[in-house]
Ligand binder design. Structure first.
Ligand code: SF4
Length: 393
């Protein structure tokens, strides 16, 4: 059964603009020593050759830091990070999907600083400090926002984003009623449309957000990730950032989670992240129904039970999200990864679903989905009884 929480929040966040701004602190100094960011593994993820930049973003302090980090990249001025001809909405790019994600970066300024209520992964969706992703999961909804490969766009006005969050945290006050998001803190998802661990290869935006939340005792940052970035272990989150490692059976991940860290590595990293001061949860997402899927999830859960240390088990929780898909993404995927579509596109067990933004997606048919959610709950009870499920849908 679903356990969605409903935030008993502070009302319309946009009404809070008149409040005094809580300014972000000084930039987080990066500790001395070798950085993962400069490693060969990091370069396999991102080898930036082309940067499309709004002029103001390029001229900003954060923009200048990023441009200095990729001195060999060609810089192409653009009017808006939203519509870059030849990059966004270009069907011809589907064949270059992975190369685009690896080699192209966009710099822009975030105009909308809205904090949206959520109630599932988090109480609130923060205005992200980036969108797009260098990884290429076949089911990912993120490319739908800008069209096709959608490489990372970094927002350089991080002070405004953190200032907005600070005002919202201050206006929210203490959380008075526990919910499934967190018993005490207001949880803000800082990575809805991308992956903060990969973003941390590019700029200090993720570090600045992690740092900011250490100063807000009533709030907690949260982001889901499929990438293990050891540089995040050098920050000092002081329990105010929740990392949700996203996992699925390795055989599914090898087909669907393109360019991500292996599932084994994500599980193995959990203990290090707890030791470094993060809260670590698990994101079982998406659950893909295919022949043998229950046995595969049993194997994954048994593996987690075997290898995760007590420190992780004592504080972990999970969220379970069944696959949703989309006809347009299906058509695009056929151009670059048709094998994945055999697992994702199953009209015989799927039905249309109107999404929050009004577009039509598909999801597993009601009875199929309810049965599968119950099956996951039973598997978790049997193999990882230490793991509460925050919500499942
Ligand atoms: S890691 Fe997340 S944001 Fe990136 S492609 Fe995969 S699902 Fe999308």
């Amino acid at each position: 059964m679903s356990t969605f929480g409903t935030p008993s929040g502070p009302g319309d966040p946009d009404a809070l603009f008149g409040l005094e701004e809580i300014r972000p602190g000084p930039p987080v100094p990066r500790p001395p020593g070798p950085s993962f960011r400069t490693s060969a593994e990091a370069r396999r993820m991102l080898e930036v050759r082309e940067i499309h930049a709004e002029p103001a973003a390029a001229a900003s302090p954060r923009g200048r830091e990023i441009l200095a980090r990729f001195p060999d990249a060609e810089v192409i001025p653009v009017g808006s990070h939203w519509r870059i001809p030849g990059l966004h909405g270009n069907p011809g790019n589907a064949g270059n999907w992975v190369r685009t994600k690896k080699t192209v970066l966009v710099l822009g300024e975030r105009k909308s600083l809205t904090v949206r209520p959520n109630g599932r992964s988090a109480d609130w969706i923060a205005p992200g400090a980036a969108n797009g992703c260098a990884m290429a999961c076949a089911y990912c909804y993120v490319p739908r926002r800008k069209g096709y490969a959608n490489p990372v766009t970094v927002f350089t006005n991080i002070e405004q984003i953190i200032g907005r969050l600070g005002r919202h945290v201050a206006a929210s006050g203490p959380k008075r009623e526990p919910n499934q998001c967190d018993p005490r803190a207001w949880v803000y998802d800082i990575g809805e449309n991308g992956d903060c661990s990969v973003d941390a290869l590019i700029s200090e935006n993720t570090a600045d957000l992690v740092h900011a939340f250490t100063r807000w005792p009533t709030a907690k940052a949260s982001f889901a990730t499929k990438f293990v970035n050891p540089d995040l272990l050098l920050l000092d989150p002081r329990g105010r950032t929740r990392v949700r490692f996203s996992v699925m059976p390795p055989e599914d991940a090898r087909l669907l989670d393109i360019r991500t860290s292996p599932v084994e590595d994500r599980i193995a990293a959990a203990g290090d992240f707890v030791e470094a001061g993060y809260e670590v949860h698990f994101n079982f997402s998406p659950v893909v129904i295919r022949p043998g899927w229950e046995e595969a999830w049993s194997g994954l859960l048994r593996r987690m039970d075997d290898v995760l240390p007590r420190t992780v088990k004592e504080q972990a929780a999970a969220e379970v999200i069944m696959l949703t898909h989309n006809r347009e993404l299906h058509e695009v995927n056929l151009a670059w990864h048709p094998r994945a579509e055999a697992a994702l596109w199953r009209p015989e067990i799927q039905q249309p679903k109107r999404s929050e933004n009004g577009s039509w997606n598909v999801r597993y048919a009601t009875g199929v989905k309810a049965g599968a959610v119950e099956a996951v709950r039973r598997l978790v009870e049997r193999h990882t009884p230490w793991l509460p499920i925050r919500y499942a849908f």
